[in-house]
Every structure is written in C-alpha cells, then in structure tokens.
Design a binder for this molecule. Structure first.
Ligand code: DAT
Ligand code: MG
Length: 154
C-alpha cells in the first residue's frame, strides 16, 4: 500500500508537562494510526546511540542529559506521507522560532527552545526505518519474539 511509517517521540519535557494526551489527540485528528508505542526511560548509551549523527556537536552532552532526564513516549505512526506530514506537524527544531513561524505546530505548543523542543520526528524515510528498528527491533508482527521484548512491552 502507500502507507508509510515514521518514528515519533514525546520527549521528557512533553511527558512531564502532561502534553501526552493533547499530542495524541493531534496525531489522531491528523489521521495517523499509532501502530506501536512504548513508555520508556533512555539511559546515556541509548540516547547517545539514537543521536549518534550529532555526536560531534557542542550541544551533544546537554542533549543526552536532557533526553535521559525523564520518561519518553516512543511511537510508530502510520499514514500516507507519514514522515513529512509528522515533520510538518511538529514544526521547526527551535521552539522559540516555531512560536513565531509555525504557531499551530506541536513544538510551538509545548517546546521551550532549540533543545527542549518537546517532540521528535524522523527526518527521512531512511531515518524512519533506522529509528523504528532502533526501538522496536525485538517485536515482530506484534508478537512477542523474545523475553527481552516482553520486558520492553511492560
Ligand atoms: P530535529 O529534532 O528537528 O530533527 P536535529 O536533528 O537538528 O533537529 O537535532 C536533534 C536534536 O538536537 C534537537 O531536537 C534538539 C538538539 N539540538 C539541535 N540543535 C540544537 C542547538 N542549536 N542547541 C541545542 N540543542 C540542539
Ligand atoms: Mg533530526
């Protein structure tokens, strides 16, 4: 089919700020299906590996500290053009800019600045494939395939 999948995440400030329900309402209203979800807490190694492409940037240590500061909600979203449609809904990286240029975006709604920007979205179909595997590699066809994935689902 023409369905596409992307990885979305509600970052620690989004979860602790109680934005989960409102963000999910926006997701469903925009005709995405939430096909997988997992509430988890990233450790330093996991957050560092997820953002490996940014490992040489000056903001990287602060980014890892922020991403490990509390629970996150990781979701796989599905619809036509899921990758670009989700990027469009979340708005630009810098939430301060988002409030001006994309006032109805999710980052304008609940982000604070260029680091605490409330949500993640894959930036391409190849990133989406990598990121979905990164978080959901042990879950095959919705069936529990290993004891590790059972723990991941709890
Ligand atoms: P995006 O999350 O919009 O894909 P990105 O991939 O360029 O943005 O950066 C990944 C994350 O790193 C971003 O969500 C927050 C952090 N980050 C990016 N640029 C930053 C900056 N200039 N200062 C602080 N944190 C930054
Ligand atoms: Mg990115």
């Amino acid at each position: 089919s023409s369905e596409e999948r992307t990885l979305a995440m509600i970052k620690p400030d989004g979860v602790s700020g109680n934005y989960t329900d409102e963000i999910k309402r926006i997701i469903v209203e925009a005709s995405f299906n939430i096909v997988k979800e997992m509430l988890t807490q990233l450790d330093k190694d996991t957050a560092s590996a997820f953002y490996d492409e940014h490992s040489s940037r000056s903001f990287f240590p602060d980014l890892v500290t922020y991403m490990t500061s509390g629970p996150v909600l990781v979701m796989v979203l599905e619809k036509r053009n899921a990758v670009s449609d989700w990027r469009g809904l979340i708005g630009p990286t810098d939430a301060q800019r988002a409030k001006i240029s994309h006032p109805h975006s999710i980052r304008a709604l609940c982000g604070k600045n260029s680091q605490k920007n409330c949500v993640h979205g894959s930036d391409s179909t190849s990133s989406a494939e990598r990121e979905i595997k990164f978080f959901f590699k042990d879950v095959v066809s919705g069936l529990v395939s290993s004891p590790l994935s059972l723990l991941q689902l709890l």
